[in-house]
Write a protein that binds this ligand. Structure first.
Ligand code: IPM
Ligand code: MG
Length: 371
């Protein structure tokens, strides 16, 4: 009997639903192969939820997420909801579910596939073979710090305020995630902060040093100011193995790292909570790209980032390494064969749509499974 895995699927907005359809086909393939049984629930988040329920994060979605082994999200947001009040924008749904599930660790790998190295705007030798992991703190920092808001002062002028706050347990737990990951990779962690200006990140740096000294003697820990880190990412990205940083710095640096790989359309992410006594942890997987409303519904979107987010789910939530390897190998073969969606199109390659990219990956999975 195959194991039953409960997955909550949140297609979201824009290209979310169509890329998710391709992942559902891959899930069906794994089931047909007898590898696993998925119990899939579909839910609403972001704009889709606003339209149906009036708010971006329905209680039902949260309950379903908590009852699932893992959540797979497409993308949220779009111009249709841009003028809504701040508190009910689609993005609040995403931030809300991260916070409610305690998904403090955001893993954003930036891997350059050989076949795509030339699609990068950087020179080939700078990016070829790149494999870095950005670990972004996701439920704290300036995104959630109090006090916050916009107020009118007695003289009639206005003041906008956000607070950068981190406590030692918040810093230590994200540091551990980064160092544990590094132990399985190149054993190098670069912690990114702004300790020359911001006290909060002076504490961040001190706690990272303490953690390394007390628990990770084998880790080579270095520190970088965020402005320098952004420069180093485009100057010589291969100097990094694992980077660990705050919520906002991670938001910015991960977009930058994404472009090293040639396209946002290739990058997956995992957001993980703490493991409970039984080892179960909440987890949400989503592509780094947005909802791309300009190309939605036209069979133009690249489904690979969402498919790769699903393989992260297989690895981090279900311990299904062989299946994750198989899918990733299939993707590599497809790219090596010159099959491309528009975002990664190169001269001489074959341009395909969302569905055809799904077809191609499934066909390669068939071929690999037959040996
Ligand atoms: C991301 C996005 C989100 C963030 C937005 C949509 C709230 O940019 O996941 O990187 O800032 O975290
Ligand atoms: Mg971002």
């Amino acid at each position: 009997m195959a194991d039953v895995k409960k997955v909550l699927v949140l297609p979201g907005d824009g290209i979310g639903p169509e890329v998710m359809t391709q992942v559902r086909r891959i899930m069906a393939w794994l089931e047909d192969a007898g590898k696993v049984k998925f119990e899939v629930t579909e839910g609403l988040l972001g704009g889709a939820a606003i339209d149906a329920t009036g708010g971006p994060m329905p209680e039902e979605t949260l309950t379903a997420a908590k009852a699932s082994d893992a959540v797979l999200l497409g993308a949220v947001g779009g111009p249709k909801w841009d003028d809504l009040p701040f508190d009910i924008k689609p993005e609040r749904g995403l931030l809300g579910i991260r916070k409610e599930l305690g998904l403090f660790a955001n893993l954003r790998p930036a891997v350059v596939f050989d076949a795509l190295a030339e699609a990068s705007t950087l020179k080939l030798d700078i990016v070829k073979g790149l494999d870095i992991m950005i670990v972004r703190e996701l439920t704290g920092g300036i995104y959630f710090g109090q006090p916050r808001g916009i107020e009118t002062l007695p003289d009639g002028t206005r003041k906008g305020l956000n607070s950068l706050v981190y406590t030692t347990p918040e810093i230590t737990r994200i540091g551990k995630v980064a160092m544990d990951l590094a132990m399985k990779r190149g054993k190098r962690v670069c912690s990114v902060d702004k300790a020359n200006v911001l006290e909060c990140t002076v504490l961040w740096r001190e706690e990272m040093i303490k953690l390394q000294q007390e628990q990770y003697p084998e880790i080579d820990l270095t520190h970088m100011y965020v402005d320098n880190a952004s420069m180093q990412l485009v100057r010589n990205p291969k100097q990094f193995d694992v980077m660990v940083t705050t919520n906002m710095f991670g938001d910015i640096l991960s977009d930058c790292a994404a472009m090293l790989t040639g396209s946002l359309g290739m990058l997956p992410s995992a957001s993980l909570g703490d493991a409970d006594a039984q080892g179960k942890r909440y987890a949400l997987y989503e592509p780094v790209h947005g909802s791309a409303p300009d190309i939605a519904g036209q069979n133009l979107a690249n489904p690979l980032a969402t498919i790769l987010s699903f393989t992260m789910m297989l690895r981090y939530s279900f311990d299904m390494m062989a299946e994750a390897d198989l899918i990733e190998q299939a993707i590599q073969n497809v790219l090596n064969a010159g099959i491309r969606t528009g975002d990664i199109m190169q001269e001489g390659a074959t341009k395909v749509g969302t569905v055809e990219m799904g077809d191609a990956v499934l066909k390669e999975m068939d071929a690999l499974a037959k040996g």
